[in-house]
Design a protein around this ligand. Structure first.
Ligand code: NDP
Length: 321
């Protein structure tokens, strides 16, 4: 037994080369690594910090519980056209769990044999759990958002007026979470009206009774509620030259601003919130909490237990202090 323990400890000290590599479909087809495998698939995947977060959490779990000694999390660069084949291979090779990032969340939605009811109105899954008959699908992004808003801004989505910026995939998940938690009202702003109208139509049945409105980002209506939480779910802010997706001075009193973008950690929108003295936070805590919830689905370990380790690893991976 002591020999086995020291072998485990050595394995923990020396990360497997696949832990940081960007693997391909060919690597997956040839996959024969023993142990319990988890993976994230994306296109592109090079910048994902999920392997750093999950492997840090798994290493911490393994120190206390030998069941996790052979668990590992790797990343695969998978073209959308190859996703069905990749999911079949991952299932055949008995990967215990899979995370999906852009652009796979919607494509994978149609490839699960069972769906968490909370994921249905989102129309996208970011977490798959292996089962004999096929993949079970979940979406932990909404949980990540709600947890991050509570942790970083001290606010609950329930009972809060929310102004949501964007009408893409992340906005749809955020909107469903706000409605399912029964926010006081939800106001969605987008640059392109047609995309906004499609989203509003899809959201209408989610939470009857919760006021739901849309508006053009460039023309905020005069009846917007005072004291709202503003959530940015657009990609405006990924580049330093981007304009903020809305002018915060054109809104009534804003209670707080949450930007889903975390890299860069300071976006033009957050800079404006800072100068206006409004409480604000970037999206790293959301990434951490959705990851910890995924790991809970695969391991049974409560997300609250692994999130702190993931947060430290995520900040280190991004070079944040
Ligand atoms: P999509 O491509 O699906 O949607 C992009 C949205 O951003 C659309 O509403 C689009 O508006 C809007 N947009 C893009 N560029 C601009 C601009 N210059 N000005 C105003 N609006 C703009 O992307 P996702 O929904 O998947 O992702 C959105 C953001 O959320 C990304 O930055 C992503 O990194 C972040 N995210 C963070 C997560 C986290 O864990 N922290 C999780 C998921 C996403 P239009 O319809 O007019 O084109």
């Amino acid at each position: 037994m002591p020999r086995r323990r020291s072998a485990v400890r050595l394995a923990l000290l020396k990360p497997h080369p696949a832990a940081s590599a960007v693997l391909t479909l060919a690597d997956l087809a040839a996959w024969s690594r023993p142990g319990t495998a988890l993976a994230v698939l994306g296109h592109p995947i090079k910048h994902s910090i999920s392997p750093a977060m999950h492997n840090a959490a798994l290493a911490a779990l393994a120190r206390a519980d030998a069941r996790f000694a052979d668990w590992h999390y790797v990343r695969f660069e998978i073209h959308p056209a190859d996703l069905p084949q990749a999911l079949d291979l991952l299932h055949a090779k008995k990967f215990r769990g899979v995370n999906l990032t852009v652009p796979h969340k919607i494509i994978a939605f149609d490839r699960v044999v069972a769906l968490d009811p909370a994921a249905r109105p989102v129309g996208a899954v970011n977490t798959l759990h292996w089962a004999e008959r096929g993949w079970h699908g979940f979406n932990t992004d909404g949980y990540g958002l709600a947890s991050a808003v509570r942790e970083t801004l001290g606010r609950d989505l329930a009972g809060t007026h929310v102004i949501l910026l964007g009408a893409g995939g992340a906005a749809r998940g955020a909107a469903v979470e706000c409605l399912q938690r029964r926010c006081a009202s939800l106001w969605i702003a987008n640059r392109t009206r047609a995309t906004l109208d499609t989203l509003l139509a899809a959201l209408a049945p989610v939470a009857p009774g919760v006021p739901l409105h849309g508006f053009a980002s460039a023309a905020p209506p005069p009846d917007l509620p005072s004291g709202a939480l503003v959530i940015n779910a657009t990609s405006a802010g990924l580049r330093p030259t981007d304009e903020p997706p809305v002018d915060l001075t054109a809104l009534p009193h804003v209670a707080a601003v949450f930007d889903m973008i975390y890299n860069p950690p300071q976006t033009p929108l957050l800079r404006q919130a800072y100068f206006l003295g409004q409480p604000h936070a970037h999206g790293l805590a959301m990434l951490v909490h959705q990851g910890a919830k995924s790991l809970e689905h695969w391991s049974g370990i409560p997300a609250a237990q692994t999130a702190p380790t993931m947060a430290v690893a995520a900040r280190a991976a991004l070079g944040l202090t």
